[in-house]
Design a protein. Structure first.
Length: 210
């Protein structure tokens, strides 16, 4: 369980979150809905340790983190970026192993083994050595998911996972999310598509403009 208490975040004078509270339950899918600029991406980035938190108490599986002007860098959330953000000059396999090998000091051999397992699980076994440009949209989305899963995250966060996809692929993403749910993964999905949210989510969190 991931509890967020009294989270504050500003950019300059602009308040994005003011005493924000929310609890993400284990094994559930939470869809985050809300207007553009509401802070959805910022929330995911803070939970992924990519954006500083002004102030918050975060309780993860009973462990309490009191944060003040610092990053929540616990590596609990694997981030599937909007528009995939794969490195174009690196192969699929290189995209997957880059961060675990560079920042987490996983051996290259172990990272490659894990990457190949994930690629197989996501129907991408034959694509490790190709470059992202040669992949379809759905394949890129699955590579982005595999990359997020390389850190064995407790939670997977997706930023607008369907925004670059047509409706058939949208259904495939929904199936992937529901499949991960069946594995017991906690997931947070930012979307502006209420129908998609209804399809995948156990809980819906609405964020608003301040
Ligand atoms: N690094 C940043 N510096 C300054 N302002 C930012 C930064 N990132 C986001 N913002 C602002 O914070 C607000 C929330 O952004 P964001 O989290 O991307 O919203 P959403 O994903 O809901 O559209 C927006 O007004 C955006 O312009
Ligand atoms: Mg966003």
């Amino acid at each position: 369980m991931l509890e967020i208490k009294n989270l504050n975040k500003k950019f300059g004078d602009k308040v994005i979150f003011d005493q924000f509270n929310y609890t993400f339950n284990d094994n559930e899918v939470t869809a985050i809905l809300g207007p553009s600029g509401g802070g959805k991406t910022t929330l995911l980035r803070m939970l992924a340790g990519l954006e500083k938190i002004d102030k918050a108490t975060i309780i993860f599986n009973g462990k309490v983190f009191e944060l003040e002007n610092e990053f929540f860098d616990q590596n609990i959330l694997g981030f599937v970026f909007q528009d995939f953000q794969l490195f174009p000059h690196k192969t699929v396999l290189e995209n997957l192993i880059l961060s675990p090998v560079q920042s987490q000091k996983v051996s290259k051999k172990n990272a490659i083994q894990k990457a190949n397992e994930l690629l197989a699980r996501l129907d991408l076994a034959d694509f490790g050595n190709v470059y992202p440009f040669s992949l379809s949209g759905g394949q890129k989305q699955r590579v982005a998911l595999a990359r997020a899963m390389m850190i064995d995250p407790e939670i997977i966060g997706y930023d607008e996972p369907t925004s670059a996809l047509d409706s058939e692929l949208r259904d495939q993403v929904a199936d992937l999310i529901l499949e991960n749910r069946a594995f017991g993964t906690t997931q947070i999905v930012v979307t502006h598509d209420p129908e998609f949210a209804q399809k995948i989510a156990d809980q819906i969190l609405k964020v608003n403009l301040k």
